[in-house]
Design a protein around this ligand. Sequence first.
Ligand SMILES: [Zn+2]
Length: 376
Amino acid sequence: MISVGKPVMTNSGEITKAVFSIKNGVTNETHDLIYEFEREYEEHFTEDRADGVLVSMLHWLAVNHYDVRLEQPVSEHLYYQIIEHLLPAWDSKIKIHCKTTNVYYPPGKHVATGMSCGVDSITTHHLHHASPPPYRLSMLTFFGAGAIWGSWSRQTELFKEELANSKRFAEAVGVPLFVVNSNMDAIFDEKHLVSHTFRNCGVVLLFQKMFHVYFYSSTVPFELFSVDINGDAGHYELFTLPLLSLPNIKFFSSGASLSRIEKTRRIKDSELAQKFLNVCVYSSHNCGDCFKCIRTLATLDSMDRLDEFSEVFDIEKYRKKRAKVIGTHILLGKFRPDFADFAHEIYIDLKSNKKIPASSYMWAFLRLVVSPFRWW
Ligand SMILES: [Zn+2]
């Protein structure tokens, strides 16, 4: 059994900390689950209910077969959806012990989305910055919920650097950036990939008084829909997000109807994308070498937009290894489309745009002969 206490709020200068005590009756460990945010947002924190903390930890609870007892009540609507739909879809038998409440907050004033400055979040901004008012973005968010890989010191450093880029983006588009940092990744010891929807939506629900719509940027097109508790949570967001919605706040998936190529096509002429795009898994400055940088460069190459993105990528460095990069996409696209996300569609796009040089075919052939089992 996991026991979750009431949040304890403390202030230090302009920063507020909300701390939940998490007691694990199985391992006899106790952790402080911390959410840190700017003091001006304290009035929007939902101290009197457990919706946010429950959703943040829900996937971890289900995977580990932990029952949970919450001191604070949970919104009745959310409790029903979790018990009746989400847990059965995961084939989970965990029990949630809590009071429920049918009193909902009034809808908040903001329409928001997370802004990491990757292809998905910039596409969401592109799609909704000028929508009709009920759906027009009025706030961006940046949550430290475990998306950054590596050691704690690396996470802390990268968090600051990526946050700085997102702040510049928010300033450029003239909306506030709401920032929450949490240590949940250190407590809920599971991959971010399998739990990101719940971790991030949990943070939104902690501050549900502030929003009436929250767009969750899709990373997976809807034709790849599948519910698997051990798989990428992005594969079943179209199922999850309505379940986590309440009468006062609606979560919507954004961009699920678009492939990666289509998303890139939407933002290839965006000055914001050309100035702020940051896809790298290793650095707040696109390294040009990791799989995310490579696939983005190959896609921009296919669309004849390399030079336009010279502010965020080292284009000359890419051009020196272009034959190899495109050759790799030939190999992956033709023989191992399952090995790397989006390789097949990038290969098809490069081919249809006649952007594959003979040297890339030569490189792919030689690679296949020399090391037939090495793909990347
Ligand atoms: Zn990179």
